[in-house]
Write a protein that binds this ligand. Structure first.
Ligand SMILES: NC(=O)c1ccc[n+]([C@@H]2O[C@H](COP(=O)([O-])OP(=O)(O)OC[C@H]3O[C@@H](n4cnc5c(N)ncnc54)[C@H](O)[C@@H]3O)[C@@H](O)[C@H]2O)c1
Length: 406
């Protein structure tokens, strides 16, 4: 992919000018027409209407996180919410009523055969993403997927190839590289203010969700649910990892889940992952579902450094979580007292990825969030599991366009 990176300021300007969507509509038309010519849609989806002036969005998976995505998406001038889908039909119905969404479906087949749309927002169970993303791409839809984008690196690479073949696009959460705090940290590192960078640490945990079993079952786990944020941040700041060494464990072998009862935990709920970024730089991510956290799932009251990076001449700590950052503290040889920077998120919210994807579809631009980065993080997660299973250090094969700020 040719990088054509969009910084935050540009995006804000473009969003403000989202009325510009009207002028940009031909871009969508040509992309969709091209896709239709090179890859005729299956019979079930052949009734695509002419492209609209807004990006038509369908959301699949109307559970907990959809309650954060939908209020955000519904306020975007360049987005039209057209369909809601869930295998538990009352959930799709509830979201459709709440956000005045005209169509609701109980199955992806019906969704794809139903009202036309441009972008699928996939907020289903982690284990379902790969299959549903593949089906959507095959039907010529663009995809924004919650993490993970797929279950393995080869499967994810196959999805990217499929998207290219279909003339559509796919992106995966998280959106942490979009925060102004991430930008500040990346630029501070690039300016050499920490001297020779040596090590970094990041951690994220709480006592685990109680509303769905999939978080604790095979291909779920604390790494793709929680560690994924820190892994994206640290590889985004320090560069792609070369090798991974990890210890993973299950601390709580059974869990009580709402409306389900007792389940067995079969994927890690505690993880310690070491990354070698090359050049002597080593980082560490800790995540789990057994961590006392006075803030629970709420990020905005967390004020400790959850990401820290140290070098020969400086230390930098991200205040709060990387998905809801509150500032960056910097201490350097020349200014050894901590100074707080970027205390304002400037409009960044962790759930903005789907709206940014819709904007990319309108403008034809790329953004800082890339599917290659999501796949690299996915490979780290599967490598961490292999390292735990074999007791070995695992070499990685994937990479992504780095530095994130060209
Ligand atoms: N809940 C959060 O705070 C949060 C935050 C960020 C990211 N996420 C991520 O979002 C995803 C969903 O998490 P959640 O907490 O919303 O889970 P959830 O269980 O509350 O919701 C998932 C929904 O997907 C539906 N679903 C499952 N398989 C489906 C299928 N094949 N077709 C249609 N619908 C299907 C389920 O019925 C359910 O309603 C996960 O990847 C999670 O890691 C969650």
């Amino acid at each position: 992919m040719v990088p054509n990176k969009l910084d935050r300021r540009t995006f804000v300007e473009q969003s403000v000018a989202a009325g510009a969507a009207v002028a940009l509509a031909p871009l969508i038309a040509s992309a969709a027409e091209q896709a239709a010519q090179t890859n005729p849609a299956p019979a079930s989806t052949a009734k695509q209407a002419p492209p609209a002036k807004k990006i038509r969005v369908a959301i699949i998976g109307c559970g907990s996180v959809s309650g954060v995505y939908m209020p955000h998406l519904s306020k975007q001038p360049h987005v039209e919410l057209v369909s809601a889908c869930d295998i538990i039909p009352e959930r799709a119905k509830k979201r459709a009523e709440e956000f005045h969404i005209p169509n609701q479906y109980p199955h992806i087949d019906k969704l794809l055969a139903g009202a036309p749309f441009d972008l699928l927002v996939n907020t289903t169970d982690m284990q379902e993403h790969e299959r549903l993303n593949r089906q959507a791409l095959q039907a010529g839809k663009n995809v924004w997927s919650e993490k993970p984008i797929a279950n393995s690196l080869p499967a994810g690479q196959e999805l990217l190839a499929l998207a290219k073949k279909q003339g559509v696009r796919i992106w995966g959460a998280p959106a942490v590289v979009m925060s102004p705090q991430f930008a500040f940290m990346a630029k501070t590192l690039a300016a050499g203010k920490l001297g020779r960078v040596a090590a970094a640490h990041a951690d994220y945990g709480h006592t685990g969700p109680g509303w769905s079993a999939f978080f604790y079952q095979k291909l779920g786990g604390s790494l793709p649910d929680l560690g994924v944020y820190n892994l994206t941040t640290l590889t985004g700041l320090l560069g792609p990892a070369k090798t991974v060494t990890a210890m993973l464990s299950i601390v709580t072998p059974t869990r009580q889940i709402d409306r389900v009862g007792k389940i067995e935990v079969t994927e890690e709920d505690n993880a310690q992952v070491l990354l070698d970024h090359g050049n002597g730089v080593i980082s560490h991510v800790q995540c789990g579902f057994n961590y006392f956290n006075p803030h629970g799932h709420e990020g905005k009251h967390e004020t400790r450094h959850t990401v820290s990076i140290v070098g020969s001449q400086g230390y930098m700590g991200l205040v709060g979580y990387d998905w809801e950052p509150l500032g960056v503290d910097l201490a350097t040889e020349s200014k050894p007292g901590f100074e707080r920077h970027v205390p304002d998120a400037a409009g960044y919210v962790w759930q903005q990825g789907a709206a940014l994807a819709a904007n990319c579809l309108l403008t034809g631009n790329d953004m800082l969030i890339t599917p290659e980065h999501a796949l690299h993080v996915l490979e780290i997660i599967t490598a961490a599991r292999e390292s735990q299973a074999t007791g070995r250090r695992i070499a990685l094969t994937s990479t992504f366009n780095w530095p994130v700020f060209g």
